[in-house]
Unconditional design. Sequence first.
Lengths: 323, 442
Amino acid sequence: MSLDQADPAALPAAGPATRKAGRAAGGAAGRRGHNRRAGRWWTPWLFLAPALLLFLYFKFIPMVSALTMSFQEVQPYLGNRWVGTENYSTVLQSDGFRDAAWHTVVLAAGQTAGSMALGLALALLMEGQGRRLGFVRSAAFLPVVVPIAVVAELWRIMYHPTADGMLNSLLGLVGLGPSGFINDPDTSMASIMITGIWRGAPYDMMIFLAGLTGVDRGLYEAAKVDGASRLQRVWHVTVPGLRSVFSILFILAAIRGLRVFTEVFLLTNGGPDGSTEVVMTLIYKLGLEQNRLGVGAAGAVLLFIATLVLTVVVHLLRRRESK
Amino acid sequence: MQRSRWIGAGVLASALVLTSCTSGPAGVDAKQNSKAPLELWTRTTPGGPGEKGAVRLAAAFEKATGYKVEVTAIFDDFETKLQQRAAQKNLPDIVMNDVTQLGAMHSQGLLREIDLDKIKNGKQAIGQGLDSGKSVDGKQYGLPYSAQASALLIRKDWREKLKLEVPRNWDDFATMAEAFTIKDPDGDGKKNTYGLAAPLSTKRGYASWYFSNFLWAAGGDFITETGDGKYKPTMTTEESVRAVQWFRDLGCKSKVIQPGAVTMETPPTNETFEAGRTGMFVVGPYLLPRFDETLGKDKYEVVPMPKGAKDATVLAEGGSVYLMAGSENMAGQDAFADFAISAEGQKTGMEGDTGFTVQLPVNKTVDISEVRPDPRWKTYAEIYQNSGRYAPSVPNWTPVRQTTAETVNALMADCGLDTGTKLKELDKQLADILKEQGIAAS
């Protein structure tokens, strides 16, 4: 293969000469045929070229630049200045980075688990073909398509911290509250998590629904014949049947969780008392609000590495499991 | 969303890599052409009344001087977009933006120094306005075109119903806030009103921005200049601590601040005042047109802030004209700055009922009552001249504002925290910021 590749690459420069040489080397016709076929090595690349070119310009070059910027003090007009790992230490040593990292992990774990549990429950409830089910499914899917800014405003109203607030009046009915929700450092994180689960669960539900169609109906019947209860059927048939769906969802949700920004930014911006500060809001403050793009880039690179590590680990675990 | 922003920043940087080989250092000596149209960027909502105001000002300038101006209104990510243009080494000629942006733009080398000898109307500028355009080294890099200060808005109908006087000191202020909270001023029989509206979110440093009105009046300060452009953190001085404690008591003890304040920036806070949930609000004049419409002009009054432990100092802010580096029409730049601060330019900027470019004039010869007979504007103008105080021109004010906002937000959100400890931590953080910016007093 590598030899074939080397050959045609030289072709356009000295076409006839090579061909002559090829013929002189003997095995004339067969060799030529092989050459012609090998000449198409670039055909797939030609088809890929438009996409690759776009990727190159809009993905790879910017990614490399971001990496470069993370080692620079970015001053476009004066010219960037190399600062080594200073940006990284700014991010890593900033007050609250450790807290923010911990909050991110907690939020990601909570939202992932909550969304998956709720999503699975919803999927089990809404599995089937009925037309009405289709309508209900669409309705349940709405939170995913509503713009996040609207979602945040909606929840801000629901979380109103006085006794006549929407959720607080419900809590009042059962003799609880009023809770400060996002305004109280003790409950703010849980409140944001609930908003995230509300938004994330229907998405998970859709993927679970797709996965459920792949579970062999015969297994349910067999389990039923064997006398398995409804719960046992879910636990021993459905859940194992959805294993690959779980791992895909886990990766997707974990990545989403690590990059969580918009809902936190809109609901609390990391407050009150830094109780909901996550890595992204911290990077936003250090990098973009203070107009230090190098610091922002360093934060992004760190987050990228964390996501990469997480994804690779999950992949390795999956591979080991399937072996 | 953020990722795409970084990608944008990445594109910007790659553009820089591509262009940096071809173009020399910032075109300070760009070939001059006095016919070249001036590109003007203003930070206001595109298509909004603010843009119309800027276009009107530009048209008046063109008529008066003959230079051509192209106005571009940008609101979201103004600074990032400016960075992109900086990467192309092709900045707009003029930028109209907040005074507090001076340090950040100057330290990035985006501004050219303004020679006041070439700005003949500069002598008519109000002193503190002119000073707000000086960088930490005392050179002029911005020229104010508009100013504003905070005043106290009070629900007049509530005050009269409860038979209270306009507050003269902070005790009166606290008493009124409490009365508005517990005495049911709207008479609906429900306990649903609060004394003071306060945006105390950390977003863009709102908590610090709002609190500065109280801190300075109490004689405290975030950071204090020690001479030669050096600063030291002063949030643990007796005055500062007392101011924090007093403000904190409003939220924690008498509970007169609207619930949810710690996650609110200005828009939801404005709504609490409009909806009759809060009775007092410390804000600039730009909200008057809005409140006149939603609440009604007769329902509220504008008065100066009552005296604190020291005086009645309030936060002054405003917009500046910045002349950007590398322009090919420096004469036109100077002419625009000169026009913006002239009596004619100021009056043009004040025209209209909403979205005017000039809030309060910065030209001594312009009497606001001539253009806006409404006496409330006069009140604002007097407050600005007598008690207005700008944030200091340090290289980057944003981190100072952010950090103090976080502490104020924490203290207001969690009434169990110890004020002294928290402020000591804040001082340490401020010291680090000052050191990083190279302005720490040793």
